[in-house]
Design a protein around this ligand. Structure first.
Ligand code: LLP
Length: 433
């Protein structure tokens, strides 16, 4: 198990029966109790990571804020935990806004995102009185100004800037480059135009800038580079209405044993330390820094357990091992070519002697969870666990092939709590009229 330690929660242990346990709970027993596929989160690790984030950023500046990017995983239990730990909440749609409010999040702590917010979503955000709206297009500024005016409100906003920094990550999750559907480029005066439009709008109150350069980032230098460009821009724009700087999310996590992401503390040092150094260099008062982590809070804390439904040997070609889930609960391998490790919860210490392709149950050849996994011999009925599936796994789940979405369990101190029930077949027809 040792080589996998960086992709498993630190609470990973082996039970006296030789099973893998997380948060003091035997994964084999959890699969028997709750069925498979099953998504398990180490609640202690979730809470610890939230605390480390808040501590690391506030060590630089007590005004700093950590905003959880709810798109990464949005169960009510998790949102309530984030609130209890003093985080703010990033929502990117009316639906995410609803879920945050439903979890009891005070609207003032909610930050509303989206490159294509419609009038209904903006109205919902205004009616709820969300703290900040991050504006993403000139059309949106005009619409927001009108909708806020109709309500007799003045809405605080950040302008989302694309600084022209392209971190090395998958093209689908890089967002800081100029050719992007997100934000306003620094180049060509687009960001300057957005700042001017906000300043001119009577019902829009500009309070700062936002920038999210991408996701699953290991190279922290990209943040320093973005901070430098933003400082130059803030200095050019003048004014005392750019007091907040939201640097977005993006810190990467280890998906496979070779991955060595920076720590939350290293990330905080680079992001807030870098922003302060760059703001000092242009002689502006230091902004109130916010960050919006998603993946790095929930990714490593979550694991998915599948049951093997069958194996198939194609002589001279390869061995296939099929499980009872796949692209309906974990789209990342198919969408981004993401790689994962696999471990057998029933025999975590057994010697890995077989190379195989781990596939899902969907009617698509591309429904491959791991192209080449090396595992101990496995047979129908065995359990297979994929670590580090806590971010953008169930959050991106679908009902493809009428497959019901998995249950979610939080484990901590030897207790397992069902926080999201498994979908039932009846849920599959519940919306049909
Ligand atoms: N803030 C903004 C404005 C974002 O767009 C995102 C992610 C975040 C914060 C959080 O980023 P994180 O800390 O999680 O990297 N489905 C993809 C990731 C898409 C990220 C979208 N935006 C994946 O599974 O890799």
């Amino acid at each position: 198990m040792q080589p996998l330690s960086q992709v498993l929660p630190p609470s990973a242990a082996t039970t006296p029966e030789g099973h893998l346990a997380i948060g003091g709970c035997d994964l084999v027993a959890l699969a028997d109790e709750f069925g498979t596929p099953l998504v398990i989160y180490d609640a202690g690790l979730l809470r610890d990571t939230m605390r480390r984030y808040v501590t690391a950023f506030r060590a630089h500046d007590p005004r700093a804020e950590v905003i959880y990017a709810s798109k990464a995983f949005w169960a009510q239990a998790l949102l309530r935990m984030a609130h209890a730990e003093g985080l703010r909440m990033d929502v990117a749609s009316g639906g995410e806004l609803f879920m945050a409010l439903h979890a009891g999040f005070p609207a003032g702590k909610i930050v509303m995102h989206g490159n294509a917010k419609d009038a209904r979503e903006i109205g919902e955000a205004l009616d709820a009185m969300v703290g900040l709206i991050v504006v993403d297009s000139l059309d949106e500024i005009v619409l927001l100004d009108r909708l806020a005016g109709e309500r007799g409100r003045v809405q605080d906003v950040l302008v989302r800037v694309t600084p022209g920094v392209k971190p090395s990550t998958h093209a689908y999750i890089a967002t800081g480059q100029i050719d992007s559907k997100f934000g306003f480029a620094l180049d060509g005066g687009l960001a300057a135009g957005a700042v001017a439009a906000c300043r001119a709008a009577a019902n829009v109150n500009l309070v700062g800038l936002h920038c999210h350069i991408g996701s699953q980032i290991f190279e922290l230098g990209a943040y320093r580079m973005a901070a430098g460009l933003l400082a130059a821009f803030a200095s050019e724009q003048g004014g005392d209405d750019l007091g907040i700087l939201d640097m977005g999310g993006g810190l990467g996590i280890a998906y496979t044993r070779g991955d060595t992401p920076p720590s939350v503390e290293e990330y905080a040092d680079m992001v807030i330390g870098g922003v302060f150094a760059e703001w000092d260099a242009v002689g502006l008062p230091r902004p109130r820094v916010m960050v919006e982590p998603g993946r790095s809070i929930v990714g490593r804390a979550g694991l998915t357990i599948y049951r093997v439904t069958g194996t198939k040997d194609i002589p001279g070609v390869r061995r296939y091992v099929a499980v009872d889930g796949g692209m309906s609960d974990l789209m990342r391998p198919m969408l981004y070519g993401a790689t994962y490790e696999a471990i057998l919860p029933g025999r975590p210490e057994a010697e890995a002697t077989q190379t195989l392709r781990l596939v899902g149950k969907h009617c698509e050849s591309g429904d491959v969870l791991i192209q080449e996994a090396t595992l101990p011999p496995v047979a129908r009925g065995d359990l297979v666990c994929l670590p580090a599936t806590g971010a953008y796994g169930v959050a991106m789940a679908s009902n493809y092939n009428g497959v019901t979405r998995p249950a979610v369990v939080f484990v901590e101190g030897g207790e397992a709590t069902l926080v999201v029930r498994r979908e039932a077949y009846a849920d599959l027809v519940a919306r049909d009229l």
